[in-house]
Design a protein around this ligand. Sequence first.
Ligand code: ATP
Ligand code: MG
Length: 604
Amino acid sequence: MADGNGDLSLYRRLLGYVVPHTLVFVVSIVGFVVYSIGNVLLADLLQFLLDSLGEDTPGSIGIVESAVNALWPRQDQTPLEYARVAVPIAAVTLALGRALGYFVGNYFMNIVARSVIHTLRTQLFDVFLSVPKAYYDQHSTGSLVSKLTFNVEQVSGAASDALKIMLREGLTVIALVSYMLYLNWRLSLIFFLVAPAIGMVVAVVGKHFRRYSRRIQDSMGSVTQVSQETLGAFESIRSYGAVQQQSDRFEAASLFNRNQSLKLALVQAISTPIIQTLLALALGALFWFALDPSILAGFSAGSLVAFITAAAQIGKPIRTLSGVQSVIQRGLAAAEDVFQQMDTAPEPDKGSLTLTRARGDVAFRNVSFSYPGSSKLAIDDMSLHIKAGETVAFVGRSGSGKSTLVQLLQRFHEPSEGSIALDGHDISHYQMASYRKQIGVVSQSIELFSDTVRHNIAFGLLADSTDEAIDQACQRAHANIFINELPEGLDTLLGDDGAGLSGGQRQRLAIARAFLKDAPVLILDEATSALDTESEAQVQLALDAVTEQRTTLVIAHRLSTIEKADRVVVLDEGRIVAEGHHRELLEQDGLYAKLYRQGLGDLH
Ligand SMILES: Nc1ncnc2c1ncn2[C@@H]1O[C@H](COP(=O)(O)OP(=O)(O)OP(=O)(O)O)[C@@H](O)[C@H]1O
Ligand SMILES: [Mg+2]
């Protein structure tokens, strides 16, 4: 059912996932072989039955009959008496064998398929955990979720149902055809005349299936994306009256999905009757030739019935096979996409140096950076030395490059030119995990998880912190008072993304995290949204405490932060245009003074 040579490597790669389950796979195939042979032998049994009715001894005897004869030779019974006992026993035995084959084949194939899906899904998830930040800039979260859920599940369809059906029905076809060839090979050749026509239909239809399947997949990505965005932004949607707009967006995404699915269904609905008609033609020709007196002479009544039964039986498995093609093509299209994501290179981590605790001396040397696909330099030939323990405030207009700068320091991107050094070594020379331990971050958008307050603070590598350390971090972050007021204190479960906490409380949790991490370098992205005075004062106290004794890079919005900073660096269009203390900069009456006069709200 391939539609090109490129598929070969796809099959091979998919098959690679089956290899660890070879034994179970083989058992399953044996099950299906038993099942399909059981099917043929049940047709063969008819010959035994019918031939026992006639008085004359038939020219040939069937497979089942010979087997029964060998196991339990006929003695003085008439053929009818003999058959009366042997046929029911043989029928029940064959049916039981076939049933057992069916069970083993199906269930064991499911074991293989489900294990493959589990492996694929966890591997894909781990890939998402290791890809560079640029990957997330290019894909919406919704589309990634859809890849993990929908696409992987599509592969499972191909791997379980389709593989099962292919084996079961494919083997049945092979068994039936072999049986017919064995009974009368010349007559059976008629089937081979229509085979190329069927093959062509299957190939053409397969191509269409694949194309529509890709589109269905993409459309599922859009559906997930719109749902996720909408459900996550329900407050803005209500207050800005965007209900209708979002509803229309969702409808468009869902409609596209419906249309593509219908096109796929149309192709499927057309192809099955075409294949059936081709088979009917073959069957018609078969009857015409079979009833030819010269051919008839070669058959006993029983073997003729068995032959025709087998020929008539072949239609069903072929129909099922052609029907399952859409599932296979969907699975292959999904596998293509899943593998493509898996081939994304992980975040570069080639460094070998390790650090226990850095001093915190940070130097940018002629750093330039532009985002992938953008010709504009977000950071333009920037040089800056920050001494250990120094606090530097970055100010500049929106889009001037402040966030990009601190992302480069966190190694979320690599500078296009120049280098960044920590304690005199290029940061790319450090092992990533060891390097990131040196940097604490309190960002504007605080990411919380639906877990307890304790686990939200003692997060990741901090998970085995002692209760004492956690308590101390909370105290220093001025978070202990509100945490103690929560119903279960530190063990209170937070809702999705920390629902149930105020903005100021979230910030203090983030600061507690940073205290616990106790990294020598701290990146602080001050929130622009105003907090109420009391909350603001608490956060400020916490921030003052956390920046002590650390090299701090702060994207500053508050005058108080800027005044306290050892140095203010003014950025514009990715360049440093001025630096110095707040007072000095005001006296220079440059961009900084202008920004200052425009009010702190604009000091992004
Ligand atoms: N993911 C991205 N892909 C492409 N360009 C980006 C991306 N992020 C930022 N930019 C561009 O890089 C430049 C610097 O952006 P950056 O986010 O560093 O500014 P900023 O100073 O932090 O602004 P703000 O104060 O508004 O947060 C801008 O021109 C912005 O459009
Ligand atoms: Mg920013």
